[in-house]
Design a protein around this ligand. Structure first.
Ligand code: GLC
Length: 514
């Protein structure tokens, strides 16, 4: 789209302007699905003609080979927050989809080994780190557009204060800018004592339970919920679940109060970067028309991991973080029984040291039946998605989940708990009709999970049926386009909406220069 074209979709004399703020952005730095989502969504929106700027920190863990593309801005931002003024450099690049990426370079806050913490836990100054991200993002947008965007879209608690700061700005244009807050995971909220408020530039006027506080503490996520025009979660089912008693991580009431403004938009995946017909990490390439290359990928995976698949034993793949959410402890409980029944396991996962130790012990005990690689992500993850027959994802809760979507894209059939985004993305197999893309189990117990794995293994014995299920997986379109269109419709509905009541009393946040 030409830069100043009239956009019939928004009735704006130029493309819609969206500012995305996120702690993670692939391919630069990612700790989980968030980084992938920001990359895929922004690319799809850019390709739709949205003028999109993504602001994220330049982390110490940023992937080195991505850095040469970045160009420094001639002048840094001077970010004023709680009486301090910090120098924040900006490195810019344009990525696929014409997305303008701005990485904030503040060495003392962001150039650290981890994104959120290190071996001794979360960084104690994460509140300040992410407050600076939020305030600097607004200032960076000012430099790009000479004013606010049409829509400010903040992701997870780390970026939530951007929405509060916009509402508190001394500039009326910022107070009027539409805002969307996306919750990727309600269980991380950013909770800090209210005594931190002044350091973070939060005035007394917002320090209450209808504002940025929850149970008398500062709660970043709550700030996003309270002040955004729309709150979204990353799947429709998760949006319903979080309103149920006990399932909203203590924020049920706050979410219920905004329930008419709560929307679920299911994540897509980046089908360009996750494409088995072009993936160089694989032993062979394949697609739905000719999936025969999967067999070579399967043999290569078994050889790489030392798994004995004689007798056509099924390979169950796992790619996960070892945190209670993901339910891999339930799988570990059932592993001896399932291994005895002939299943083989390819587990790529890291996190909880105790669970790592348990799985490693089993891998040492049955080296040709259980393979364990305590690492995060690519490229071995890709070989598991391509080479495993079945993909296990027994999450206790799952806002969306990307692993099951990558698995289907690569033709390994998911066995998942019937929660959150897993319900929305995995269609239950009907053996008699040959329809569906996976097996969902409910309740979320080790026994129900084991039964669903057995059902999948039984289905695999019927080769023509199994080929159909695998093909259903390979054919299912889960690209970002559908979700990006839903976000676009949401932005468009907000960009022209009547102004909302303003917050008392506005104070200057994030807009000072020395
Ligand atoms: C979080 C959620 C996961 C979701 C991802 C991206 O990691 O736990 O379910 O897929 O964010 O939105």
């Amino acid at each position: 789209m030409v830069a100043d074209a009239y956009d019939i979709r928004t009735a704006l004399p130029r493309p819609l302007r969206v500012l995305m703020v996120s702690a993670e952005l692939a391919p630069f730095a990612r700790a989980g699905g968030l980084g992938d989502v920001i990359q895929g969504l922004s690319r799809a929106l850019g390709a739709m003609g949205v003028e999109i700027v993504v602001v994220s920190p330049l982390h110490g863990s940023a992937v080195a080979q991505e850095l040469p593309t970045l160009r420094p801005w001639p002048r840094p931002l001077w970010v004023a927050l709680g009486g301090d003024v910090r120098e924040v450099g900006v490195l810019e690049t344009i990525t696929a989809g014409d997305v303008r990426v701005l990485l904030l370079d503040c060495p003392s806050l962001f150039r650290r080994a981890g994104i959120y913490g290190d071996d001794s836990g979360a960084y104690p100054d994460n509140d300040l780190r992410f407050a600076v991200l939020s305030a600097a993002a607004l200032q960076a947008a000012e430099s790009v557009w000479d004013g606010p965007p049409d829509v400010l879209h903040a992701h997870d608690w780390h970026a939530a204060l951007a929405i509060a700061y916009a509402r508190l700005s001394d500039q009326v244009e910022w107070r009027k800018a539409a805002s969307v807050f996306t919750i990727h995971n309600l269980s991380f909220q950013g909770v800090y004592p209210t005594s931190r408020a002044s350091t973070l530039g939060l005035p007394d006027s917002v320090l209450h339970e209808d504002g940025v506080c929850h149970e008398h503490q500062l709660n970043f996520l709550k700030a996003g919920i309270a002040y955004a025009d729309r709150v979204t979660t990353v799947s429709r089912t998760y949006a319903q679940e979080v309103l149920r008693p006990g399932q909203g991580s203590g924020l049920e009431a706050a979410l219920a109060a905004r329930s008419t403004r709560l929307v679920g938009i299911t994540n897509g995946i980046d089908t360009a970067s996750w494409d088995p017909s072009r993936d160089r990490a694989l032993a062979a390439r394949y697609d739905a028309i000719d999936p025969s290359g999967r067999q070579a990928c399967r043999s290569a995976l078994a050889a790489e991991l030392g798994l004995d698949t004689s007798g056509n034993a099924p390979i169950i793949g796992v790619v996960s973080r070892l945190i209670p959410q993901k339910g891999i402890d339930m799988l570990a409980d059932m592993l001896p029984a399932l291994v005895a029944e002939g299943m083989r396991f390819a587990i790529v996962a890291f996190g909880d040291p105790e669970l790592e130790r348990r799985i490693a012990q089993m891998a040492a005990r049955w080296p040709t039946r259980v393979a364990f690689r305590p690492v995060f992500g690519d490229p071995i993850a890709r070989r598991v998605y391509a080479g495993a027959d079945i993909f296990a994802m027994p999450s206790r809760f799952e806002p969306c989940g990307l692993g099951q979507q990558y698995a289907m894209r690569y033709g390994s059939v998911p066995v998942v708990s019937a929660v959150g985004g897993l319900v929305d993305t995995v269609e239950q197999v009907d053996e008699s009709a040959g329809t569906g893309t996976g097996f969902r189990f409910d309740p979320v117990t080790p026994e129900a999970m084991a039964d669903a794995l057995r059902r999948a293994v039984a289905c695999r014995r019927d080769e023509p049926l199994w080929s159909r299920i695998v093909r259903n997986c390979l054919l299912h379109d889960r690209s970002w386009d559908v979700s990006a269109r839903q976000y676009f419709a949401l932005y468009r509905s907000l960009a022209g909406a009547p102004p909302r009541p303003s917050l008392p009393p506005p104070t200057a946040v994030g807009s000072a220069s020395p």
